[in-house]
Design a protein around this ligand. Structure first.
Ligand code: PLP
Length: 794
């Protein structure tokens, strides 16, 4: 379609430079590649997309849909009254061209899983198009719908809403022929007056559907029945309904069919049953469905970024392989760009609905636009298409052939993406850094969620600095900093110069403030464009003496913390000093509250703020301009909105611990390990050093490979801490050793190799803090560098 055709669809005003064929629509400049077929839609949300138009132009984007006039030349602009609505109209138009059945999925939990599983099953019979990951929002849904192409035979799209009125829009554009309602829970309750209202709103997705699949034994089933009437196709785990389902060990019975499965968790069984029933409704045969179910089992459904050999990072996405999934994985890389070289290991893409020549040409374009440097192709079909690729490339007929003759990898990002049959996880295993079984798993969705909770507290104009000192509170400096840069935070804070240099060497370009700069490191400031906290005269003077061009500085004011900083009495001397150096740029002036989280010290905090105001004004008078003013840490952000000033400094809150206790955050990191060995001990035996662990009754003891060297303090020994094994909390036994700990698993059904949770959702970091009489900060930052970090995204 030509860009000019969108005028009619959206009823907008067109200003054309050169009409172009367009097919890719994006609302986020970070996903733009500069391809002439790209359209950037500027949407006003918390951030205004219009502010990023220059950025898009510099990337090479030529087509824009906007709602306010913009002053730019040589591009195509479509001016509409509401850009989100325009995007919906475009998606609606596109969707309408295809007469294929579309399956719409909504509900509180399980939407993405049901969609992915159903897609795997239906792919045994149809060419399927589906929304990537959890693209289910007012923007995600139209983005997904634009992916429908001529050869597709079925579409599966999920719809998620967070407030009233939203589903009507999604219904219009998806207009599903078949619906699946997963379940009703409490997610997004605040956007609705009641659970009933939320249910009614969600079911609005199906107002025009022919059939809707839902579970028949829920407390809200009668209400669903009232709203949807005879459209309902219900299934029931024990009783009536069109589908009579029975969950047995090792299989699910659906009417007279039996489907083998090893799933036993009720929510997994619920999700799988939804997918099976939907597949039956779509007319699939039992053996086709069974083949799909076999593919589903125990495959992680998430992207994992792992540290690999020779300084590489591995993005492991070996679950499924389609072009849109590949695009998502490569987009994801943009936000986690620790190394600049990019290699893609890609298997044959099956079930694409396109002839190979066209398919791999598309892939080749995508790789070019995403700056992939090297392609390693696995499989006969991609090998046959070798000539369409223009980058460095090498091909193997099979995974075995690749493993037998593995190319070199060094300091690069390696994306591994393949169809299930290729078992590319064998390649991932080979490229993974060795680990002793203990890993800290950091979840980017949770970090994002927590960041959003804090952002929601800020006025749109308030800047956000995020502290990434101490290896980003133990979570991984480079990865977290990359994530934050991608999230467009305004500044990062670190403790020392070497941390800042490491960030600069790894692609971090946003401003960095160093809290404890070392006198010897002045020459590094200019070289790496760093900014220094200044807290004393001796330091200030040395800096002025030793540097040609001093860095931007941040003046630290001591208002009561009595750590670093200029005290009230020194301000006159400070302003005199500053006047002598008019070329010195004071970027910010700040203080730190000693007790922003403590109600009992609120008077003191207010006094600190009062004193800070005075000092700030004095310095501003002397400077003649207003540097950025800031004071609040995580707790202050929640408890002291009146002191947000121009900027705030987020720290531990990002990682899921709210010192004020008022927010509900997500635990972003999980420390876990595996059982190395199991011992059966008799009453009277003892465990570990100094025979501290006395066995009173015959017991089963497990040894786990984590000790005080990993950051699991010796204080946790002798039953003072618990770990979780197969959902049961087990106490430690005896002293914690340097590399190992013993736990009592007498009451647990366990085998060697089973997973052990040290902290995460249960026990929580704050439990460990309590058991060892410290604070969550210390538990987080104690996790040692030898523990491998794995970064996951659901
Ligand atoms: C570490 C730090 C913060 C962040 O503190 P949290 O309590 O983790 O939010 C803010 N400001 C300064 C100066 C810090 O050193």
């Amino acid at each position: 379609m030509l860009f000019s055709h969108l005028k009619k669809t959206t009823n907008g005003q067109l200003s054309l430079d050169q009409d172009l064929e367009v097919s890719r629509f994006s609302t986020d400049t970070r996903n733009l590649t500069g391809h002439p077929s790209e359209v950037f839609i500027a949407i006003k949300r918390k951030r205004d997309g219009h502010d990023y138009i220059k950025n898009a132009i510099s990337k090479g984007t030529r087509n824009f849909i906007v709602s306010s006039d913009i002053e730019v030349a040589d591009v195509n602009v479509l001016l509409v009254s509401d850009t989100l609505k325009a995007f919906h109209q475009i998606a609606y138009h596109h969707r309408k061209k295809f007469k294929i059945p579309l399956i719409g999925i909504t509900g509180s939990n399980g939407k993405t899983i049901v969609k992915e599983w159903l897609s795997t099953i239906l792919s045994e019979h149809f060419y399927v198009v589906k929304s990537p990951r959890s693209y289910n929002s007012q923007i995600g849904v139209p983005t997904s719908l634009m992916e429908i192409k001529k050869n597709h035979e079925v579409g599966i799209f999920e719809a998620g809403i967070s407030q009233k009125g939203e589903m009507e829009h999604l219904q219009k554009i998806i207009n599903p022929t078949l619906g699946v309602f997963t379940n009703l829970g409490h997610a997004h309750d605040d956007g609705f007056d009641s659970l009933d209202q939320k249910l009614e709103e969600k079911l609005a997705l199906f107002s025009n559907s022919e059939k809707v699949i839902c579970r028949g034994d829920t407390s809200y089933f009668a209400k669903i029945q009232k709203q949807l009437g005879d459209k309902l196709v219900s299934w029931n785990p024990d009783g009536t309904g069109k589908y009579n389902v029975k969950w047995n060990p090792h299989y699910i019975a659906v009417n007279s069919y039996k489907f083998q499965t090893e799933f036993s968790d009720p929510s997994q069984l619920e999700n799988l049953t939804h997918a099976i029933v939907a597949a039956l409704e779509m007319g699939l045969a039992q053996d086709e469905i069974q083949r799909g179910v076999n593919l589903i089992e125990n495959v992680p459904m998430r992207l994992e970024l792992k540290e690999g050999i020779n300084g590489c990072y591995l993005l492991d996405d070996t679950y499924n392989n389609d072009v849109i999934g590949l695009k998502v994985a490569l987009d994801y890389l943009e936000s986690h760009q620790q190394n600049s070289k990019r290699t893609l290991i890609l298997s044959d893409i099956l079930h694409s609905g396109l002839p190979d020549e066209k398919l791999y040409k598309d892939v080749s374009d995508l790789l070019k636009s995403k700056s992939v440097d090297r392609l390693i192709g696995v499989g006969p079909r991609i090998s046959a298409a070798e000539h369409v690729f223009q980058i460095e490339r090498i091909f193997f007929d099979s995974t075995d052939a690749l493993l037998a003759d593995l190319p070199d990898f060094k300091d690069e990002m390696v994306v591994i993406k393949g169809a299930r049959d290729f078992e590319l996880e064998r390649v991932t295993q080979k490229l993974e850094e060795r680990s002793h079984g203990t890993v800290l798993e950091v979840n980017f969705e949770s970090l994002q969620y927590n960041l959003n909770q804090y952002r929601n507290l800020l006025k749109p104009t308030t800047k956000l600095m995020v502290m990434v000192k101490a290896n980003a509170y133990g979570s991984g400096l480079l990865e977290v900093a990359n994530f934050l840069q991608h999230q467009r935070v305004d500044m990062l804070g670190v403790a020392y110069v070497d941390e800042a240099i490491l960030l600069r060497k790894n692609g971090i370009h946003i401003p960095i403030m160093i809290m404890n700069p070392h006198i010897a490191s002045f020459d590094q400031f200019e070289k790496y464009d760093l900014q220094a906290e200044i807290f004393s005269f001796s330091y200030l003077n040395r800096m002025m003496r030793d540097t040609q061009k001093p860095p931007k500085i941040h003046l630290k004011i001591d208002t009561g913390m009595h750590r670093l900083g200029f005290a009230k009495d020194h301000i006159l001397q400070l302003t005199e000093n500053l006047k002598k150096h008019p070329d010195l740029i004071v970027e910010s002036i700040f203080t730190h509250f000693s007790s922003s989280d403590m109600k009992s010290e609120d008077t003191f905090t207010s006094l600190q703020a009062e004193e800070f105001d005075d000092v700030y004004n004095q310095i501003v008078d002397a400077l003649g301009y207003q540097p950025i003013k800031h004071a609040c840490n995580s707790a202050g952000m929640v408890r002291w909105p009146q002191y947000h000033y121009d900027m705030v400094r987020l720290g531990i809150g990002l990682h899921g611990f709210d010192p004020s206790g008022e927010l509900s955050l997500r635990h972003s990191s999980q420390l876990k390990t595996v059982i190395s060995q199991i011992q059966h001990l008799k009453a009277g035996d003892t465990v570990g050093y100094s025979r501290k662990g006395k066995i009173e009754n015959d017991s089963k003891i497990a040894i786990i490979p984590i000790g005080y060297e990993d950051g699991y303090s010796r204080i946790f020994g002798n039953g003072r801490a618990h770990v979780r094994v197969n959902d049961i909390l087990c106490p430690t036994v005896g002293n914690v050793c340097m590399d190992m700990t013993m736990i009592d698993v007498t009451d647990v059904d366990v085998s060697e190799g089973d997973e052990v949770i040290i902290f995460g959702n249960n026990p929580e970091i704050s439990d460990l803090a309590k058991w060892s009489d410290t604070i969550p900060y210390e538990i987080l930052t104690n996790v040692s560098n030898r523990v491998k970090r794995v970064f996951v995204s659901e």
